[in-house]
Design a protein around this ligand. Structure first.
Ligand SMILES: C[S@@+](CC[C@H](N)C(=O)[O-])C[C@H]1O[C@@H](n2cnc3c(N)ncnc32)[C@H](O)[C@@H]1O
Length: 341
């Protein structure tokens, strides 16, 4: 069940603009070879994965800075053999969420993940055309298995607060597919999210200037209630593309990244920028280092959702709209039946 005290402490951290979001990379190993991501390649693929004992230490350290939305990532998180145990540990004081490619999902695993305390699972699908998605992801059959995974997750939620999303990386060549992807989400009874492509990793070219992408996304959001991304977030895609990012960036202040060795960096695209190791260092010292680094490392090169959604909530212009959108993204959905507004 949802722990009310955890929710209140989290809301308090949001209001005080503290660290509220942790990207936790359990392992970089992946069964896909996506064109937009480098984590399946060396040197990442050779790195160790985080163990259950290490995750316990991380959880204890994070407890000092309050409940976090912990986004379990990688690599492919379903390849971690102790994932369920890790979700159980994380969920005691945090809100574990996960993005995965869906390949290894089974109905039993979906149920077990939710029983372990997972709050939200998003499955990545970038194109409505199966062939294009498979090609982008470097894996034949990826689209079909991702759709099946969404179905399994939606049918095996345990509590109403547990949400299932389809998520797409918005790129130059998939903007015209988003309408169909939202319709697919509707058919499956799940909700739809987007993140903007970051050209700091991967082999695809960044997006060329595109002044109307935000208005197109906002139109789709107005048309389909299933599209639950924050208006303040998608409303800045055009600005991010045209200006090469959104400045200032609050990574390090409101969100952090923990790599598979415990290394803490301010974001997933700057893994080598270490502010300390959470397995051995004091979290308060790491926090101080992160703040100092923010002033020194000039980077505004992305507007991905991990950064964009938090910053929209904390610093966006129309807070009421943002909180209403956030409510839609996280509100209870009856276990029997899909999302409806
Ligand atoms: C790194 S993946 C790891 C989880 C899982 N293997 C998957 O593919 O969903 C996490 C999310 O980041 C997205 N992603 C990958 N490369 C990206 C990039 N260059 N810019 C923005 N998002 C990216 C993926 O599509 C996915 O939604």
């Amino acid at each position: 069940m949802v722990d009310l005290s955890k929710k209140i402490r989290f809301a308090w951290s949001v209001l005080r603009r503290k660290i509220v979001h942790v990207n936790l990379q359990l392992l970089y190993t992946c069964n896909f070879k996506c064109r937009i991501c480098d984590f399946w390649k060396e040197p990442y693929s050779e790195m160790p994965s985080l163990s259950v004992e290490q995750v316990k230490v991380i959880t204890e350290k994070l407890a000092r800075i309050g409940p976090q939305v912990i986004s379990i990532g990688g690599g492919e998180p379903l390849l971690h053999k102790n994932l369920l145990e890790i979700v159980r540990i994380l969920s005691k004081n945090n809100f574990p969420v996960m993005i995965c490619n869906g390949w290894f999902m089974t109905p039993e695993l979906a149920k077990a993940l939710f029983q372990a305390g997972m709050y939200e699972v998003s499955i990545s699908i970038d194109y409505a055309s199966p062939a294009k998605h498979d090609e982008q992801r470097g894996m034949k059959g990826a689209f079909v298995r991702a759709v099946e995974a969404l179905r399994m997750l939606q049918e095996n939620r345990v509590y109403p607060h547990q949400r299932v999303h389809l998520i797409s990386v918005v790129m130059e060549d998939n903007i015209d597919e988003i309408d169909s992807l939202i319709k697919l989400s509707r058919e499956l009874g799940v909700t739809y999210l987007v993140t903007l492509y970051s050209d700091n990793r991967g082999r695809k070219h960044g997006m060329h200037s595109n002044s109307d992408i935000s208005s197109r996304l906002l139109e789709l959001k107005a048309k389909y209630p299933e599209f639950v991304a924050l208006r303040g977030y998608i409303g800045r895609f055009s600005e991010a593309i045209n200006n090469g990012g959104i400045d200032p960036c609050y990574a390090g202040k409101n969100l952090i990244n923990i790599g598979t060795t415990g290394n803490v960096s301010f974001c997933i695209d700057n893994l080598e920028a270490s502010a300390g190791n959470i397995l051995t260092d004091d979290i308060r010292v790491i926090q101080k280092n992160l703040i100092q680094q923010r002033g020194k490392i000039a980077c505004k090169g992305c507007w991905t959702s991990c950064r964009g959604s938090i910053e929209t909530l904390m610093y966006g212009k129309n807070k009421l709209k943002s909180f209403l959108d956030y409510y839609e993204m996280t509100k209870d959905v009856a276990v029997e039946g899909g999302y409806c507004k």
